[in-house]
Each structure stands twice: as structure tokens, then as C-alpha cells.
Design a binder for this molecule. Sequence first.
Ligand code: NAP
Ligand code: ZN
Length: 362
Amino acid sequence: MWQYLMPTKIFFSQRVVEKNKEIFKNFGAKALVVTGRTSSRINGSLSDIENALKSMGIEFYVYDRIEENPTFEQIRQAVEECKTQSFDFVIGVGGGSPLDSAKAIAVLLRNRSLRVEDLYDSNKYSSALPIVAIPTTSGTGSEVTQYSVLTDDTGFKRGFGHDSIFPVIALIDPVYTVSMTVSLTRSTGLDALCHAVEGFLSKKATPISDLYAVESMKLIKENLPKALENPNDLEARTAMSFASCLAGMVISQTSTTLAHVLGYPLSTFKGIRHGDATAAFLDAVVHGAESEIPQKVQKVKEIFGDIKRFIESAGLKIELQLSDEELETWVKRALTAKHMQWTRGVFDELSIRKLYERMRID
Ligand code: NAP
Ligand code: ZN
């Protein structure tokens, strides 16, 4: 038995915001635009949105203080600042951090009595303000997922999923991604790679998600090296935006697995970018699935050869100092993480500790 839900309407092209500005009129008279501090001003996405909204006669307010790995506290501050105004819809523009924040804010502005913690109890709400997602990185696929990943008050990343936060519209313009640095291109590209591979090997994989996953893997194999070599290669950027969107559609069906679980603390406690942190464990996901689904693992190998080597050739090398206490806390946390149940293979305390120890230096 499998099912498929993908309610997000996707528009994909260069100058996509300008070409489709009429769609904003369907959502009402006032928009909240949620973004980060600088990049959406540099890559042109914010001015495209402002121009589109102005020409449609839609009022808007820009909240631009979302940081990488958004925290509960940042969401509380955003809601506190925005709750005095009445918005008809929320536009998230930027990388996964502003998109995920826009989703959380959209729920909290629609359901005024909820606290951030309540986002994790899906029975406590059933709707959000409509969300328009405009990605400027090519990695998270958040523009087509029902997930938002926030960092809780103890410093751990926790994702919540709810059908009400599927963006109603995703507007994808690959040109916005051209301004990404090489290291951001690598980490976001590797994030998309993890989504495709983890989703393909997940216990929740479906025939539809597998189609998307295989296409996404092929596009990444071909185009991530090109985008890293030549940041202005618009064909490669376009392929990576498409691959990332496909991989987002994959995890919207399959969830992520072990690599995401183990990568989260590396981002919040060691400052390692999400995609880099996650990709450091992707070879273990492939290895873990080998005895259960050898044909699917063979397919991954057909595309990438040795996946660890492909990831390293993109420039990833993680070495970190890790105290015994950190190691113990992270291992314990991983063992109880929800997404472990969809990971194939046996991962116990010892094997998880070994995976962290691989990157440990004195
Ligand atoms: P991000 O955290 O949104 O942004 C990282 C950095 O990239 C920021 O400094 C940002 O600048 C900058 N940036 C964004 N677009 C840029 C561009 N076009 N050119 C130059 N710089 C740019 O990065 P991300 O990797 O896209 O998102 C990671 C987050 O998404 C994590 O919190 C992760 O847990 C989450 N995630 C969510 C899902 C999901 O399904 N919801 C899936 C995977 C990951 P500003 O500071 O100016 O914004
Ligand atoms: Zn991810």
C-alpha cells in the first residue's frame, strides 16, 4: 500500500516571480514576507517580490531577521513583532531557514493561542495562513515539503510536519541561486543528494518517490560538480534547482533517515552547514541498506560509484573536537529519534558512536 500527496503548485522558470505576479492577488490584500538578513537583497529575489506585490496593489511587511538554523526564540520574536498586523498570507524567500520559519510563523499567526512548542502536536491545529515559498538555494526542497526544522530551547534541531504547511505555491527561479558561494553550493547540493538517497532507501519509499529520487540523483551526479566548478553555469544551476525540488518531493513522502538524524547536532553545536553535516553520514545509510534492498543499493552505486568518494570530491571533509559528554548525548539522542524507524539496517549505540568517532580529532 502506498499513497501520494503533493498539493504544492510549482512554477519553475527564470523571472518566475515577475511572470506570475497575478497569482499573489488570489491570496488577499496583505502579505508578510519572511526572509534572512542579506542574501535575498543581493540575489534580487526580495526586490522582485516587492515589485510584484506593489504592482498588484498588495500591502506587505518584510520581516528579515531569520538566521541559519532558526530557533524557537527567533520564531517567538518574529510572531511577537508581526502579530499586531493582520496578514492574509505569508511569503517565505531565501534558503531553507527562512522557508521553514515562514511555515512556523504562518501556523502561529493563524492560531493565535498556540506556542512554538505546540507546532509539534499536530492535533492542536488544522490550518495555517497560505504559504508561498521562493527558494534561493538548491538543497532543502522546503518549497515542496510539509516540514519545518527548528532548533529547540535546548539547542537540538527538531522537525515538525503538518499538511497545512505545504506551500500553496512554489516559485522557483534558478537565477537566484547563482550568487551562492562554492561552500554553500556544496552544502546545499549535498543536502539534496541526501534527500534523494535517504528517501530512495527509506522504508517509506514509494513507486512515485523512487522515480523522483532516481532522476534527482542523476541530475546531482551530473550537475553538482559543474555548479561547483563554474558558479555562473546557469544550465547546471537550473538542473540543481530541479534536482532539489524533486528530492524535496521525495522526502515529503518518505521522510529523511539516519544521515539527517546524525547530522543535526553538528549544525547546531558545531556550526557545520546542514548539507555538509548530513552528507558526512550518507555512506552509512547506503551501507546499512545493502543487505535489505541490494538492488536499490546497486542502483545508487550505478549512478555514483562510491558515494563517499563522490561526496569527498565535492570538497567535504569534516574533522571536529568532540567531548565524551557531547558524544554520549548525541548518541542517546539519535537512538530515540523518530526518523531512525525508517532507516534500513541495524544501527545501535556502538555503530552510531563509531560514525561520530570517524570525524573526531584531538
Ligand atoms: P539557509 O540556512 O537558509 O541559509 C544559509 C546561508 O545562505 C545564509 O547565510 C543565507 O543568507 C545564505 N543564502 C541563501 N540564499 C543565498 C543565495 N542565493 N546566495 C548567497 N547566499 C545565500 O540554508 P539552506 O541550506 O537552504 O537551509 C538549511 C536549513 O533548512 C536548515 O535549518 C535545515 O534543517 C533546513 N531543512 C529543511 C527541510 C524541509 O523540508 N523543511 C529540508 C532540509 C533542510 P541570509 O542570512 O541572508 O538568509
Ligand atoms: Zn536536509
